[in-house]
Design a protein around this ligand. Structure first.
Ligand SMILES: [Zn+2]
Length: 378
């Protein structure tokens, strides 16, 4: 009877579904890291949206995306490291297959300062960067390691193919990306923890920073899980997804983070009901609260930027469980929806929960004025 009454009350008042971090399999700890974000560059993928997401609406075939990188300070040891580096600013010097994407204008960008310039201008010496984590070995994440001192270590998933061009013709890597740097690998086969269904490695052994196995985009793709206070976390999803529409909405997410009424009203008119539907939608009036699954799915066409779209979808689903929880803030490298509100270096993102950043940002992607909006023909 008691449980029946509680269920009734819960349904009447739509109580948020809350889970503590321990319910995700994360051990308790008071050790933390601090995270500062950079948007290194914006690049436009011309006629390439369909290799990222589905559906792509008429006029939305090209997509402009930021490239984020993160400076992370391990508080207990005062160690500084990077999670991804963004893209080098001389892509003509990439291996030929990738340089060609720029020569052929498949990818275009405005000139920009690379992460080494941004760090040094901000007073962070490259000597102080002890490690660089590569979420995966794509050119827009590995920067130009030849500009870092040889003392900077590279940390990658054990499964990452480190064969350089031309020994592996499809490799983003060339000799200068690895030369002189120690490479440490993370072996998820030996992982002792499982967090939200993902094999997890407690990198420093103190609960401050975990690496999660998130395959699908590329073999060896991994996600960072950073404890920024004893009970709140930032998920560095890297390229596990490329658009907030691949994550949202899922059921718990809508309960915990209702869409602000002003965005909801505009979005209900702007989201095309010829392409998106939900049980309470009517033609020309999209009803978000009754939408049961994310608006976008992972691209599975030939040439998809996800080498294994099925595995990628599972990784997205696992990260979406964090996304739906009030103690986790999910960032991913190419999130175009968030660039107007995310605090950038030298500011820290670690106070996201106290500052209400998640509430202010998670529905921006369906605002017709937002850079990420792609839900109506253009
Ligand atoms: Zn990327």
């Amino acid at each position: 009877m008691l449980s029946y009454s509680f269920a009734l009350v819960a349904s009447v008042f739509a109580l948020p579904a809350l889970a503590g971090f321990q319910d995700f399999g994360i051990p308790a700890s008071s050790s933390t890291v601090d995270i500062k974000a950079f948007n290194v560059a914006n690049f436009t993928l011309n006629n390439l949206a369909a290799v990222l997401v589905s559906p792509v609406l008429p006029g939305r075939e090209s997509i402009t995306l930021p490239i984020h990188a993160y400076l992370i300070q391990h508080q207990p040891s005062n160690t500084t490291f990077m999670f991804d580096l963004g893209m080098r600013n001389d892509p003509q010097n990439l291996p030929p297959g990738f340089a060609g994407l720029f020569d052929n204008k498949n990818i275009t960008f405005e000139p920009f300062k690379d992460i080494t310039e941004l760090l040094q201008e901000g007073g962070v010496s490259l000597d102080s960067i002890e490690m660089v984590f590569w979420s995966h070995a794509h050119f827009d994440h590995i920067g130009d390691m030849s500009k870092f001192p040889q003392s900077t270590k590279i940390v990658v998933n054990e499964k990452t193919n480190l064969t350089i061009f031309p020994d592996f013709a499809g490799s983003d890597l060339q000799a200068s990306d690895l030369s002189g740097h120690n490479v440490e690998t993370v072996d998820f086969e030996k992982a002792k923890l499982v967090i939200s269904g993902m094999p997890a490695v407690d990198f420093f052994g103190d609960g401050s920073f975990y690496l999660l196995d998130t395959p699908g985009h590329l073999v060896g793709h991994m996600t960072g899980l950073a404890r920024v206070t004893p009970t709140s976390f930032i998920v560095l999803g890297a390229d596990a997804m490329h658009h907030a529409g691949e994550l949202r909405p899922v059921g718990n997410f809508l309960n915990n983070f209702p869409c602000p009424s002003e965005i909801l009203e505009e979005a209900s008119k702007a989201i095309s009901t010829d392409f998106f539907w939900s049980t309470k939608s009517a033609p020309g009036s999209f009803d978000l609260p009754s939408r049961a699954q994310p608006l976008f799915s992972v691209s599975d066409i030939a040439g998809s930027f996800y080498v294994d779209p099925v595995a990628a979808t599972v990784s997205v689903d696992r990260i979406a469980v964090f996304d739906a929880d009030p103690d986790f803030f999910v960032l991913f490298t190419h999130d175009a929806s968030i660039t107007g509100v995310l605090p950038y270096f030298p500011q820290s993102v670690s106070d996201w929960q106290k500052e209400g950043l998640k509430e202010r940002s998670v529905w921006l992607f369906i605002d017709p004025e937002n850079d990420a909006f792609a839900f109506s023909p253009a």
